[in-house]
Design a protein around this ligand. Structure first.
Ligand SMILES: [Fe+2]
Length: 177
């Protein structure tokens, strides 16, 4: 099931005979996938790692992402369209905007429940919280090579903008409970 999704997502990026925008095609593919896996538990992929890169090229990056209850991922940007499809648990997505002092304010929260898909604009800044009692499991799709683009993490407490590195990510990530 997951292998087929990955193949379909890859094919979508090279399909020339369609009028449909790529992000809309990805949303459709992911919606079908997460709605199926929401109820068909046996079809869910089994990963020991919480973050797994399933595929990456210049056009698309596909990740498996598991967040544990209470985990809070600091605000960050992607510098490319991000599409999140959740099939287990709930991912809370907070969207932030910068004020004139470059400080971040949360202006919208989208709770993405199992079976739902959220599309985030290339210039968006978001933070993620696992809101469910069980881990959230999702497929995150980025329309570009996410590991090869420079991006930022935002330290809300100190008002600092940091490069997106594994060390900064781990330092700023929290468990709420
Ligand atoms: Fe993200």
């Amino acid at each position: 099931m997951l292998d087929q999704l990955v193949e379909n997502l890859k094919s979508a990026t090279v399909s020339e005979h369609t009028d449909k925008p790529l992000d809309k095609t990805i949303v459709s593919l992911l919606t079908d996938f997460v709605q199926h896996l929401k109820t068909d538990i046996t079809a869910r992929p089994k990963f020991e790692e919480d973050d797994v890169i399933l595929f990456e090229d210049d056009k698309i990056s596909i990740w498996f992402c598991r967040f544990h209850p209470g985990t809070k991922i600091p605000p960050h940007n992607h510098n490319m369209t991000a599409i999140i499809g959740v099939y287990a648990g709930t991912e809370g997505n907070a969207l932030y905007k910068k004020d004139k002092d470059e400080r971040l304010t949360c202006y919208q929260i989208n709770n993405v429940h199992a079976g739902e898909v959220l599309c985030i604009a290339p210039d968006a800044i978001h933070g993620v919280t696992c809101l469910s009692e069980h881990p959230s499991e999702a497929i995150h799709v980025y329309l570009g090579a996410i590991t090869r683009v420079e991006r930022n993490l935002y330290d809300l407490e100190h008002g600092a903008v940091l490069p997106f590195t594994e060390e900064n990510y781990d330092n700023l990530s929290k468990t709420l409970n």
